[in-house]
Write a protein that binds this ligand. Structure first.
Ligand code: CO8
Length: 261
């Protein structure tokens, strides 16, 4: 268990194979102050380089995953200070994590909180989860991927059916019920996300990292380039011990012993 002020970082799952990060600024509904974001970056990077961890789960409280960037911290800022100090310039560090990150979202995921969830690879949403980009009500607009991620990414939260709804959703909050989708039970959400993390950790870590790389590349590239990139990564897997082990174990009808290389 790491010692942090704004988050709790611990290992869960069988043999501690899942890194669990819980945002822990309850009174402020996990508003993403600078200190919290630094700790989050550090905790995720530590798990990313831990050979015993195969996946990570990021969660908040039952009331709030995160209610956005810290408005009290932002209120006195000026254009000059944002620009010259690159305010929140490191938020995209989460997207550079190579292992899968699962967001387990209960309650509010608003503004930057929604953006942090969207940058994760998988979102498990609780039945009372509320997603939204309400920045316009503060006289500003999403700045951490709220436009780009929802427009481009299939990683967006499931409520977004089509582009038209997405546009309507700017400035409002959406629940899963609104789109006739049922979330997972609030109380078991984190455990279910950890179970998924355990399942992912049971695969070859190098193969999982290549899958993540291929999915991320496909989001950025035109289809033909994405397909080429994917094929090259597929060919690359034949340079790994785990590819040989996986196929050999299948033919020998036994469980593979991954070397993660
Ligand atoms: N920042 C700071 N404090 C917050 C935030 C926040 N985002 N959200 C809630 N809090 C605090 C409240 O001020 C309150 O503090 P206190 O008890 O000291 O008065 C406490 O949390 C509890 O909040 P409420 O009393 O308001 O609780 P309610 O249950 O009545 O309401 C809501 C819950 C609806 C979630 C409400 O708190 C709310 O609307 N919060 C703000 C949501 C919001 O606008 N989020 C977007 C913020 S802007 C943003 O995220 C931009 C990201 C840009 C990233 C750029 C990267 C480069």
């Amino acid at each position: 268990r790491g010692e942090y002020e704004f988050i709790i970082s611990e290992k869960r799952g069988e043999g501690g194979c899942v890194g669990l990060v819980t945002l822990n600024r309850r009174k402020a509904l996990n508003a993403l102050c600078d200190g919290l974001m630094s700790e989050l970056r550090e905790a995720l990077a530590t798990f990313d380089s831990d050979p015993g961890v195969g996946a990570m789960v990021l969660t908040g409280s039952e009331k709030a995953f995160a209610a956005g960037a810290d408005i009290a911290e932002m209120q006195p800022l000026t254009f000059q200070s944002c620009y010259s100090q690159q305010f929140l310039g490191n938020w995209d560090a989460i997207s550079r994590i190579t292992k899968p990150v699962i967001a387990a979202v209960n309650g509010y995921a608003l503004g930057g909180g929604c953006e942090v969830a969207m940058v994760c690879d998988i979102i498990y949403a609780g039945e009372k989860a509320q997603f939204g980009q309400p920045e316009i009500a503060l006289g500003t607009l999403p700045g951490g991927g709220g436009h780009s991620e929802t427009h481009q990414s299939h990683r967006e939260e499931p409520r977004h059916g089509d582009d038209r709804h997405r546009r309507e959703d700017v400035g409002s909050r959406g629940t899963l019920a609104r789109t006739n989708q049922q979330g997972l039970p609030t109380e078991s959400l984190v455990d279910e996300a950890i179970q998924l993390g355990e399942r992912i950790s049971g695969f070859s870590k190098i193969a999982v990292a290549m899958c993540k790389e291929a999915v991320n590349a496909a989001e950025q590239l035109p289809l033909n380039e994405g397909l080429k990139y994917e094929k090259k990564l597929f060919y690359s897997s034949f340079a790994t011990d785990d590819r040989r082990e996986g196929m050999t174990a299948f033919l020998e009808k036994r469980t593979p012993q991954w070397a993660d290389c």
